[in-house]
Design a protein around this ligand. Structure first.
Ligand code: SF4
Length: 651
């Protein structure tokens, strides 16, 4: 079959053995590759109740069907496993060049079982697979590890995914790093890699990915590329102009349906930080651990021009025409760092009231090198500051240092302690839920999370569909699954028969309606995301709209299939339901996954753009479960749905 490599690599670190397995075509027709192939493999092979940091957990590195085909935006890969942070399904998505590296070795996925006795790397090049000693690399940060491995092997095609110190010391908010500091950050899967004593996976293959219809792929690429506005569209326009969008969103009693094409020039010019000021002004960005507002934090401090003025060069993932990334200066401590992303600029800016941009660059590079999730790290530092402010921890806990909002010195100090797992850093290094257990009674009110994972920097009190996905997503607390704005941009209704067309504008706040249509929209969001992650595409590309970035046609011309958009969405529904079943198999009660009160508006904020807003998270959840064919009260998929999806009944 074209598009895929038709094989996976399975490595058992406990026995020091490896083998390849042929994947039948029907498997790809049922699950695609990427997240779907990962879900099918992990659901079958991880026993119920397995310790996420024990040898029974499996870590999968998966590439999409489109990875390596040259389809635009096809440079994303995922790591999958049982999350030690939530105890359920875990996955994390990353860009760069590691995804094509997996396929260049002849595999669609690499699954790692067991635990090595000593630090090792896994090396593969298409003809050789070796488990190599990595004692000399243990203790190094991720950037240095990657540089040493590439230097030792030589050549331009070496790809590395590795852990830094935080994965080694099993911090439950650690991720896995590639391309000198890009992180598959969420779900704590860096700790799983550390528990396996696996420092790095090193790929050095040269195999090509076959495409069923190469001329058609080129035609699709050309047509999609022609729609992407050139960077000249924003030439000479200052970043502060973006504030206007924020003020418009804040002032309007209705949410206007946004065309995703309009967002691309700003993404091309600034990257995700184009949203910095918009988010603070509109209320999308949580401020002061979700209890503040823009009145506490002037948005100008994270003006995108201030950040890009430090940019040395642009950064593109594989096959990306947009290049939202960048490499910038991080003086005086580091020569350079990946450009701040919106999530990092907000979790170490507005969330902590930090206005010291230089500290954010330094922290960004420290987190990238240690392999720490910036969202979770910012959240746990916000918790610590609020606990200190309220007397739940004191200077005896912090080595004599006072913690306060906006104090970049103490924030930086905490980051370093968390990386080293020293003192208070050890208390905080496993995320907010474990930190609260260690700090004690009263601290839980300051721990903002869903299902054990810290919330990303998008406030559901502005866009309630974010909050819905935070609680129903098998990896809770994820902003990349969907939102009302995301639904508007991806436009599933243009091609999917059952997806409702989003109104041109929607009422907000007290007049926001929770109805079946909201559930259907959110179901379409999450199902489409499974197709996107099975294809290996970037969400920012899909934000053009599914009728403009031809995801379904891409899949057909890569594989030679002739499936309809509805057929692909049925596959996506199967994958989403299987990830959900994974959680049920591992003892998670879907109805018990909740959103922290503050983030749901309980009590509501008393000032700022989100003043007085609360969201009906239970009503939204019922509407989503119903749309997915899961029981509206318990969240358990019903027999008809399981039969429709040909998934196993019972766990
Ligand atoms: S838009 Fe950004 S994250 Fe997405 S593929 Fe391109 S460079 Fe990577």
């Amino acid at each position: 079959m074209t598009g895929t490599m038709g094989r996976i690599l399975i490595v058992d670190l406990s026995t020091g053995t490896h083998r390849e397995e042929i994947i039948p075509d029907e498997m790809y027709r049922s699950y695609l590759a990427g997240v779907g192939l990962g879900a099918a493999y992990l659901y079958e092979h991880i026993p119920a109740g397995a310790d996420p940091l024990g040898p029974d957990n499996i870590l999968g590195f998966v590439a999409g069907i489109l990875t390596g085909t040259g389809a635009l935006f096809s440079g994303r890969w995922l790591v999958v496993g049982k999350s030690p942070l939530t105890g359920g399904w875990g996955d994390a998505n990353c860009g760069g060049t590691f995804g094509p590296g997996i396929k260049s070795c002849g595999y669609d996925a690499i699954f790692v079982h067991g635990q090595a006795e000593r630090p090792v790397t896994i090396y593969a090049d298409g003809s050789t697979v070796e488990i190599r000693d990595a004692s000399h690399l243990w203790g190094l940060d991720a950037v240095e590890t990657e540089a040493r491995l590439i230097e030792a092997i030589g050549g331009k095609r070496v790809r590395v995914a590795c852990i830094g110190q935080s994965g080694e010391n099993r911090s439950l908010i650690a991720g896995i790093v590639n391309d000198r500091g890009r992180i598959a950050a969420r779900s704590g899967l860096g700790a799983v890699m550390g528990s396996k004593n696996l420092k790095a996976i090193v790929l050095n293959g040269s195999q090509r990915v076959e495409t069923a219809d190469v001329p058609a792929m080129k035609r699709l690429n050309k047509a999609a590329n022609a729609l992407i506005p050139s960077s000249k569209a924003m030439a000479g326009i200052p970043g502060w102009i973006l504030r206007v969008a924020g003020f418009f969103m804040k002032a309007s009693p209705r949410v206007t349906r946004l065309d995703g094409l309009a967002s691309l020039p700003a993404m091309r010019r600034w990257g995700t930080i184009a949203g910095n000021e918009v988010a603070v002004i509109s209320g999308d960005a949580p401020v002061k651990n979700w209890a503040g507002s823009r009145r506490d934090y002037p948005s100008r401090h994270v003006n995108p021009d201030r950040i890009t003025s430090h940019e040395i060069k642009k950064y593109h993932c594989y096959a990306c025409p947009l290049g939202c990334g960048g490499i910038g200066e991080a003086e005086p401590r580091f020569e350079e760092t990946h450009k701040l992303e919106y999530e990092t600029a907000t979790s170490f800016g507005a969330l902590l009231l930090n206005t010291d941009l230089a500290s954010m660059f330094t922290i960004n590079e420290l987190l990238n090198r240690a392999g720490l999730d910036s969202v979770s790290t910012g959240a746990v530092i916000a918790l610590a500051i609020e606990c200190f402010e309220n007397g739940l921890i004191d200077k005896d806990d912090t080595g004599g240092l006072a913690l306060s909002w906006g104090d970049s010195g103490s924030i930086l100090w905490l980051v370093e302690r968390i990386i080293a797992r020293e003192g208070i850093g050890d208390v905080l290094a496993d995320g907010v839920v474990r930190a609260v257990q260690r700090i004690g009674s009263g601290a839980e009110q300051y721990a903002i999370h869903a299902g054990g994972q810290e919330l990303p920097m998008h406030d559901p009190r502005l866009d309630p569909i974010y909050g819905l996905h935070y609680v129903v997503e098998p990896t809770p607390g994820r902003h990349t699954i969907g939102s009302e704005m995301g639904y508007a941009m991806t436009r599933p209704w243009a091609l999917v028969s059952w997806a409702p067309e989003m109104p041109r504008s929607e009422p907000v706040a007290g007049r926001y309606r929770v109805d079946d249509e909201k559930g259907l929209m959110a179901a379409a969001n999450s199902i489409l995301k499974m197709v996107v992650d099975g294809a290996g595409l970037c969400t920012f590309g899909v934000n053009m709209g599914v009728d403009r970035l031809p995801i379904f046609d891409y899949l057909n011309v890569a594989t030679g299939w002739s499936l309809s958009p509805d057929d692909y969405m049925l596959i996506g529904k199967r994958v989403q339901t299987l990830r959900h079943l994974f959680n049920i198999k591992h003892g998670i009660n879907p109805a018990a996954v909740t959103l922290s009160d503050r983030a749901a508006g309980r009590p509501p904020l008393e000032r700022g753009p989100l003043k007085g807003r609360a969201i009906d998270i239970e009503g939204l959840r019922r509407s989503y479960w119903k749309a997915m064919g899961w029981d509206a009260e318990t969240g358990v998929p019903g027999p008809d749905t399981l039969a429709e999806l040909t998934l196993p009944a019972g766990n």
